[in-house]
Design a protein around this ligand. Structure first.
Ligand code: PMP
Ligand code: GLN
Length: 389
């Protein structure tokens, strides 16, 4: 988009004209760089899952599925959650299939937050949260993560300070994009206590729920006492089964919250892609071993990239989950955004600056995110190029 093209965009969306992922992927393509910017895997999900989708198309499953999602998928999502967390969500009233986690997030904000209400985000925050808050006509306030040893933790005081009498919703994301932090039980308990005290709805973005390394535990805030009633859990097949292009996600929660999400969702897209739904249902029931193998591979990728970047003198932070890690590029440049705009052309690698995910970029300026959901030879080539830094 050229300068000036945003003039006719409504004021509340003008700051969101282009995402950092689009910008960095464009630079990567233009300069033939290894793209460790936008997070998408370069290998396919489970072969049999892909086959089920192909078969669904061949079988003529090509018209509108039901608005809430096909029963076969809603039932599989419910079974999967019950198996892994011990909580039953009613497939009819408490599970909603969406066009990726992205739609679940936007629909939750549109369906549950009044214009003028406040929504608390924890920075650095995934970019679509701020845009969705703006679409809802709400105001965002931010709490923050802070550096904690070589990792990151929630600053509890900042969370307390961000909540006001106008706060309606808090958006939580663990395992966390972009830092790779997996929030501790204490952090999650603090979120729950404050949500209950201030009667907030919590939108818990758990799209990386399976991508947790070194035996770390993912804690879903929805499981804490008093939280089921006020939590919408969002997840997606994108990361779990390496199908970011399928845009098949879901929201789980009590019937009254899901009804609100559904109300908005049905006028955003009405329904999500039909043939993908039986395929994701199949995978949830049958491909848990594939998920475990993929997690193991990602952990090895993380180790490879971490060691190599450290070898090049970068200060790499610990990544306990997701498929991202963050490195301090202070030695090379003070400004991560400038650095990431320079990197594809001059070094042949794309990355993403963390500061663009914040309202207060100060402490995040020198941090850069690298995605490691790539084949080993791709990571090795990126590392070889980064040696020139
Ligand atoms: N939340 C987070 C934290 C993400 O990183 C992403 C995408 N990478 C999404 C939501 C969006 O997921 P989907 O592609 O299923 O819309
Ligand atoms: N969620 C992916 C990431 O964080 C990118 C999604 C997008 O391009 N909007 O890299």
């Amino acid at each position: 988009m050229g300068t000036g093209d945003a003039e006719r965009t409504v004021a509340r969306l003008r700051p969101f004209a282009s995402t950092i992922f689009a910008e960095m992927t464009e630079l990567a393509v233009a300069h033939n760089a290894v793209n460790l910017g936008q997070g998408f895997p370069d290998t396919d999900g489970p072969a049999q899952m892909l086959e089920v989708a192909r078969q669904a198309i061949a079988d003529g499953l090509n018209q509108y599925p039901p608005g809430s999602g096909m029963p076969v998928l809603r039932e599989a999502i419910s079974r999967d959650r019950a198996r892994r967390y011990g909580r039953e969500y009613d497939p009819d009233s408490q599970v909603l299939v969406t066009v990726g986690a992205t739609e679940a997030i936007s629909a939750a904000l549109l369906g549950l937050v009044e214009a003028g209400d406040e929504v608390v985000l924890i920075e650095p925050y995934y970019d679509s949260y701020a845009a969705a808050v703006a679409m809802a006509g709400a105001q965002r306030r931010t709490a923050r993560l802070v550096r904690d040893g070589d990792g990151f933790a929630l600053d509890h005081d900042s969370l307390r300070a961000a909540i006001t009498p106008r706060t309606r919703m808090l958006v939580l994301n663990s395992p966390h994009n972009p830092t790779g932090a997996v929030l501790s039980a204490t952090d999650i308990e603090t979120v729950a206590a404050l949500a209950i005290e201030h009667d907030l709805v919590v939108l818990s973005d758990e799209v990386y729920e399976h991508l947790v390394f070194d035996g770390h535990q993912h804690h879903s805030v929805s499981m804490l006492p008093g939280m089921f009633e006020r939590t919408i859990v969002v997840s997606s097949a994108a990361k779990t089964f390496s199908v970011t292009g399928w845009k098949t996600g879901w929201a789980l929660g009590p019937a009254d919250l899901i009804a609100a999400v559904r109300t908005a969702k049905q006028f955003m897209t009405f329904v999500a892609g039909g043939p993908f739904q039986p395929a994701v249902a199949y995978a949830l029931d049958n491909e848990q071993q594939w998920i475990a193998d993929s997690r193991k591979q990602l952990q090895a990728n993380r180790d490879l990239l971490t060691a190599a970047l450290r070898g090049h003198g970068l200060d790499v932070h610990r990544s306990d989950g997701t498929y991202f890690l963050c490195a301090d590029i202070v030695a090379a440049s003070a400004d991560g955004l400038e650095f990431c705009r320079w990197l594809p052309q001059h070094i042949g690698v794309a990355a993403v600056p963390v500061s663009v995910f914040t309202d207060n970029p100060g402490p995040w300026k020198s941090l850069v995110r690298f995605a490691f959901c790539k084949q080993e030879h791709v990571l090795t080539e990126a590392v070889r190029r980064l040696a020139r830094l």
